[in-house]
Write a protein that binds this ligand. Structure first.
Ligand code: PLP
Length: 453
């Protein structure tokens, strides 16, 4: 049985079309057709993402032009599938790839599939909320300098996540320029963004069209520009990973949402939503509720730790009262308002958050300790080898010294706290024990380690 709500739930989660309220008009029209009539194969004249001609090819060409890219491929397996294809396109087998510690797990899976070595770089984190903070140029300079001396295998690319799930943004032009100066192509995971990384000079950009646009779940787009990555390499990787029967509905959703976003109606819709969000933010702040400053007006991030509340507990409490948030974390709770926020939002959210504070609030939580990670580290055992090695489960208390055979990865956000192949040193084991208490129900008592490690 699900939770009991006296009124309709206040749904502040993704997809950003808000349970259909903000669907692109073309997609809405399509969905009103007789059910199933839109479920087409790659018919001649319609084609698919890898066909040079047809409706899909034409839509991809127009989407690229609208977003300022040279090429665009729609995806039907979310940003996850396109991130993996992008990774395999830029990184030859055996190469190293620079990945931020706040990477989405799909990129780790891409490393396994492509036989790549993740070179994980540490990021700053906020002691008050525990959130990863955007990468600064000075830190990237140090990372790049360290990467040169990191190992025998060549570094093939830099991957950045921007904006973060919580809408935090870095100075992308500066970061991309530094990577290019070091001779590295840049892939930006903009699952939570709208393609701004192209103007910053990124070579490849992956969008999740349902997270910051109005597409259906799983619709996504890969954008490319410049001559650092050959389109043929991208198409080859897509061929490896993509279904041979891409859903026409999801392809239509990608196109309809991207086109709508830049249309007059789409821009007006976003402005209306952002204006409502800005007024709501002001009202919540006036009530003394601490919100994280971010770059996405449609993501409200409540800093729960200063209120004395773990974000996962806040989420469970609110869920019981009909408010569905998007992303609970130990120090924060993120609400995605979507492109047509639900009616009653302005009345219900402030009241529920005040009730939350009264019911379970208290003294601010102690500051979050950053993970004890070096600036740059590669797993000791190749990730694909470690993940497929004979493994045994050991209590976290006894994990120090062992090599991880599986990730520890609370979901959402899907950011691994431990990567297969990493040796768990005592400081990391202690930190993971703290994390286990901070993510109730999300981290098991045992960790999977490589037998004999
Ligand atoms: C930063 C980031 N990248 C990629 C993804 C994967 O997106 P999708 O679920 O569309 O595959 C997510 C999902 O939450 C994400 O947060």
């Amino acid at each position: 049985m699900g939770p009991f709500w006296r009124s309709a739930p206040l749904a502040l989660h993704l997809p950003a079309h808000g349970r259909g309220r903000a669907l692109a008009p073309a997609l809405e029209r399509l969905l009103r057709q007789p059910p199933g009539s839109w479920d087409l194969p790659e018919l001649p004249g319609f084609g698919g993402p890898l066909e040079p001609e047809g409706t899909v090819a034409e839509a991809q060409r127009r989407a690229a032009a609208l977003l300022g890219a040279e090429r665009c491929w729609f995806g039907v397996n979310g940003a996850s599938g396109l991130l993996q294809a992008a990774l395999l396109a830029i990184c030859p087998p055996g190469s190293q790839v620079l990945l931020p510690r706040n990477l989405h797990r799909s990129l780790l899976h891409g490393c396994v599939l492509g036989g790549l070595e993740p070179l994980l770089f540490d990021l700053p984190s906020d002691p008050i909320t525990g959130l990863w903070l955007p990468l600064e140029a000075q830190r990237l300079e140090r990372v790049l300098a360290a990467a040169v001396t990191s190992g025998a295998d060549p570094v093939a690319a830099l991957v950045l996540v921007d904006p973060t799930y919580q809408g935090l943004v870095a100075d992308l032009p500066a970061l991309v320029a530094l990577a290019h100066r070091a001779g590295l192509p840049v892939l930006v995971d903009q699952a939570h963004g709208g393609g701004e990384a192209l103007a910053a000079g990124a070579d490849l950009v992956v969008l999740s069209v349902q997270k910051s646009g109005t597409g259906l779940a799983q619709s996504a787009a890969l954008l490319a520009q410049g001559d650092r990555v050959a389109p043929a390499a991208i198409e080859r990787a897509l061929l490896w990973l993509q279904t041979s029967s891409p859903s026409a509905l999801l392809l239509a959703s990608s196109w309809a949402a991207l086109e709508h976003a830049v249309s007059v109606a789409g821009v007006r819709q976003r402005h209306r939503a952002e204006a409502r969000a800005a007024r709501l933010r002001q009202r919540l702040e006036a009530l003394g509720l601490p919100l994280v400053a971010n770059g996405d007006p449609l993501r409200l991030v409540l800093a729960t730790a200063p209120l004395g509340i773990n974000g996962l507990e806040a989420d469970a409490w609110l869920l019981q009262r009909g408010l569905i948030a998007e992303l609970p974390e130990p120090g924060a709770l993120t609400f995605c308002l979507g492109l047509n926020p639900p009616g009653g939002l302005e009345r219900r959210l402030p009241r529920l958050l005040q009730d939350l504070c009264r019911a379970i609030g208290g003294e601010p939580l102690p500051p979050f300790t950053p993970p004890p990670l070096p600036l740059l580290a590669a797993p000791e055992l190749p990730i694909g080898v470690a993940w497929r090695s004979p493994a045994e489960a050991v209590p976290l208390e006894r994990a120090a010294g062992r090599v991880a055979a599986a990730p520890i990865c609370p979901y959402p956000p899907g950011i691994p706290l431990l990567v297969p192949g990493e040796r768990i040193d005592p400081a990391r084991a202690d930190w993971l024990l703290v994390q286990q208490r901070l993510w109730p129900g999300q981290i098991a008592d045992t960790v999977s380690v490589v037998v004999g490690s």
